[in-house]
Write a protein of this length. Structure first.
Length: 185
C-alpha cells in the first residue's frame, strides 16, 4: 500500500502504517547524524532544549552535499541508521515520531519504537540525487561547526520511503528475510 503523508499528521498516520508500506512524505523534517545526536543528547542530559521541537519530529539521518543548479541541497542519501542506535531511544522517548535512514536497528531501538508508537522509515540507499529533488528548502538550524552533519530543517515534497519498522512490532528486516528463507534440508 502507498500512502501520501503530511508530516504534521505523522502521529495519526503511524496508527495505519505497517512494515512494507510505501510512503510519499511531504512537510518539515530535520537532519541529524551521529555527531549531532551526541550533542543533542548531551544537551538534553544537561536539561537544555533540543535545537528543534522533538514532539512529533521526523529525523532524517543524512548529511547532504552542497547544493548546485538552484537546488536546495546536493545529493542527500540516507546514512546507516545503526550509528544512531545509542541515541535513538532517548529521542523517541523525548517525542520524536519517526526516523529515516538505511539498514537495520538494534533491539533497544525496536523496543523504543513499539513503546512510543514511533516508526523507522528506510529511504532508498544510493538514490541521494533522487531524494535531493524532493527537498524544496534547507536551513542550518544547529551545530554549524559540524559542516554537512549540522542539523538542518528540510521541507520535502513526496519523499519516497518504505516503512521498515512500524509501531506494532512489524519489522521488514525480519519478515522480509523470512519470506525468502529456504527451508533447511
Amino acid at each position: 500500500m502507498t500512502y501520501s503523508i503530511l508530516t504534521q499528521e505523522i502521529r495519526q498516520a503511524l496508527q495505519t502504517l505497517r512494515a512494507g508500506d510505501s510512503v510519499l512524505l511531504t512537510g518539515e523534517i530535520y537532519t541529524a547524524r551521529d555527531a549531532a545526536h551526541k550533542e543533542i543528547c548531551a544537551g538534553l542530559a544537561r536539561g537544555e532544549d533540543a535545537p528543534f521541537p522533538l514532539q512529533d519530529a521526523i529525523v532524517y539521518y543524512a548529511g547532504p552535499t552542497p547544493s548546485k543548479n538552484g537546488m536546495a541541497v546536493g545529493a542527500c542519501g540516507p546514512t546507516t541508521a545503526s550509528r544512531m542506535d545509542g541515541f535513538a531511544p532517548t529521542l523517541l522517548r523525548a517525542g520524536v515520531a519517526a526516523m529515516i535512514g538505511k539498514g537495520e536497528r538494534n533491539a533497544d531501538v525496536v523496543s523504543a519504537i513499539g513503546e512510543t508508537g514511533g516508526c523507522y522509515f528506510c529511504a532508498p540507499g544510493g538514490a541521494g540525487a533522487l531524494i535531493a529533488t524532493c527537498i524544496t528548502d534547507s536551513e542550518v538550524i544547529a551545530f554549524p561547526h559540524l559542516g554537512c552533519e549540522s542539523v538542518k530543517r528540510f521541507r520535502v515534497k513526496n519523499m519516497p520511503l518504505i516503512v521498515a519498522i512500524d509501531a506494532f512490532g512489524g519489522n521488514l528486516f525480519q519478515s522480509g528475510r523470512e519470506k525468502y528463507r529456504v527451508a533447511e534440508r
